[in-house]
Design a protein around this ligand. Structure first.
Ligand code: IMP
Ligand code: MG
Length: 189
């Protein structure tokens, strides 16, 4: 592994990368998102749909920050293999259990890069006639979107770097990190 760039000085046990968003900042922002969702959905029972695998940790923290009766479901999609750029082709690996008809659906995603994954999912889920469908993304990569759609709940806007941790992986590794990091040598990919 390459040496750390020095910027952002990560924990000593991880000299190969740098921390982009600390655990404390993640937790604080997730609490804010939870409060915002609680107020926006007051009087309703939102159905949160987590996109596996990347959103699993964000989803777990987010639902605990929501002070409303909520229901959860998960969907697993695959667009990547182990590469770091999207193909635009999304395969549904696990579909929902829930019927979306008339539900207030909130899609929970780890990161929006090109936007192709969410754009595809959004269209497919809208066809199932939910009462509403909104998106909550922990991270949005600035100026990378190739398709436009509204993301009313965004945790952080980040530079176009490949990040890992807090659910996000590189070839299935690093999902268990409690913060978000840029791998050395991954900048600008
Ligand atoms: P998009 O279709 O280009 O928006 O890519 C979205 C999906 O690609 C996310 O759900 C992630 O699984 C993956 N992805 C995009 N950027 C990153 C990254 O920086 N780190 C880890 N996974 C990423
Ligand atoms: Mg992924």
């Amino acid at each position: 592994m390459a040496a750390a760039s020095g910027e952002g000085s990560g924990p000593s046990e991880a000299s190969f990368d740098r921390v982009l968003i600390s655990e404390a900042d993640l937790q604080a922002r997730v609490r804010e998102l939870g409060a915002q969702i609680s107020s926006d959905y007051a009087g309703r029972v939102p159905l949160l749909i987590g996109i596996l695998k990347g959103a699993f940790m964000f989803m777990a923290d987010l639902v605990r920050a929501i002070d409303l009766p909520v229901e959860l479901d998960f969907m697993a999609v695959s667009s990547y293999g182990t590469a770091t750029k999207t193909s635009g082709i999304v395969r549904i690996v696990k579909d929902l259990d829930a019927d979306l008809t008339g539900r207030h659906v909130l899609l929970v995603e780890d990161i929006v890069d090109s936007g192709l994954t969410l754009s595809y999912l959004r269209k497919g889920l809208l066809a199932r006639k939910p009462a509403s469908l909104e998106i909550c993304a922990l991270l949005v990569k600035k100026d990378q979107q190739r398709v436009r759609f509204e993301v009313p709940y965004v945790g952080f806007e980040i530079p176009p770097e490949f990040v890992v941790g807090y659910g996000l992986d590189a070839a299935e590794r690093y999902r268990n990190l409690t913060d978000i990091r840029v791998l050395a040598g991954e900048e600008g990919r």
